[in-house]
Write a new protein. Structure first.
Length: 365
């Protein structure tokens, strides 16, 4: 099949720094290209040419700007081209205009969260119009699937689930000696909903309960310097030894996971999936994470880590972190289980295989 993937307008593909949607696009495309012709349409960037080939994937880059300006350039690129599947990534409002342009096309919308079907990005009516014009809607977790169906019951028969994946050949366990300290890792954007203050407060409490020095690594940046400054001030006031690394390019982030003993994901609001948790598991890290959204589909409580129900409170994370750090047998058991689960359930090949099934079903209709 000829598959065209339309990326969002904000971050180029491949992503230069971070961007879970763009990471997902490349992860899936690298597997799909073994069986299909895959073209990605992405925004332009001064570091990239207008056209390049990555692992057999053709990537064409068009001018961006706001979303409608970008869409106009995407439409211009697509004019006259033939394809079997047109997959739109995380932009429901692109579906209607592209349906008008290609009334008989097989259009698939891949939704990665509720963000772009909710205010302020979209009204329910506008989002519903976009969803209704897609042949199928792919989501990355059962949690997101249920929420989409609750919000837009008229599209319930169109929604399909496929978990996201990880490059298990790049994200691999490290065999570090933890005798000199206990390192907790957070990776993600520095925004309030990610719960970094909860992690810092929990680290302070963990330090009181174990003999080894506790260190925290924060791998992620923020567009708001004031918020990063507040987090650094909090870490200082709590006397928690913390390294703020800023945004780490994704092609280097696997090295950061290897420096940790436990991965902590203290998300304070619904997470549709939580790709960082899968990357941590592939890296052999036990995960202590908020029990919400798609995260609970990733972490097997007591096996690959612990799910924290009362995740708004730092104290709720402490017992789980301490149990892992003070029980080497448990830590090693979870390390093996986490890696095994990542390889079996969350490799990009599994995601691509599921998409193949979805594409085949739409072609057969």
């Amino acid at each position: 099949m000829k598959i065209v993937i339309v990326a969002p307008e904000e971050i180029p593909v491949p992503p230069i720094r971070g961007g879970s949607v763009e990471i997902t696009i490349m992860g899936i495309a690298r597997k799909l290209v073994h069986q299909h012709s895959v073209t990605i349409v992405s925004r332009s960037h001064r570091r990239y040419p207008k056209h390049s080939i990555h692992d057999g994937i053709h990537i064409y880059r068009v001018p961006s700007g706001d979303s409608l300006t970008y869409l106009s350039h995407v439409k211009r690129f697509l004019q006259g081209r033939k394809f079997d599947i047109l997959q739109i990534e995380n932009r429901p409002k692109f579906v209607g205009p592209l349906r008008t342009m290609f009334p008989n096309a097989n259009i698939v919308l891949f939704l990665h969260s509720l963000t772009f079907v909710s205010p302020p990005y979209s009204s329910r009516t506008k989002a519903g119009e976009g969803l209704s014009k897609a042949n199928l809607i792919i989501v990355n977790s059962s949690s997101l699937q249920n929420r989409i169906i609750q919000k837009f019951p008229n599209v319930k028969d169109k929604v399909r689930k496929t978990w996201l994946g990880v490059d298990t050949s790049r994200f691999t366990p490290a065999y570090k000696n933890s005798s000199n300290g206990a390192t907790l890792l957070f990776a993600g954007r520095l925004i309030p909903r990610k719960g970094v203050p909860v992690l810092l407060e929990a680290a302070k409490l963990v330090q009181k309960r174990i003999s080894r020095p506790v260190k925290v690594i924060i791998a992620g940046g923020s567009s708001k310097r004031a918020y990063t400054k507040r987090l650094k001030s909090l870490a200082h006031s709590l006397h928690v030894q913390t390294r703020f690394l800023g945004t780490i390019p994704h092609h280097r982030i696997h090295r950061i996971y290897k420096q940790a003993d436990v991965f902590v994901c203290p998300s304070q609001k619904h997470e549709a999936f939580g790709l960082v948790n899968v990357e941590a598991m592939a890296s052999g890290l036990p995960v202590v994470a908020s029990d919400n959204g798609g995260i609970r589909e990733i972490i097997e409580n007591g096996q690959t880590g612990f799910l924290v129900k009362d995740y708004h409170k730092a104290e709720a994370f402490v017992d789980a972190i301490v149990r892992i750090l003070t029980n080497k047998e448990l830590h090693d058991k979870m390390k093996i289980a986490a890696r095994s689960a990542a390889v079996k359930k969350f490799g990009w090949a599994a995601t691509a295989n599921r998409l193949n099934e979805i594409y085949t079903s739409i072609k057969e209709k």
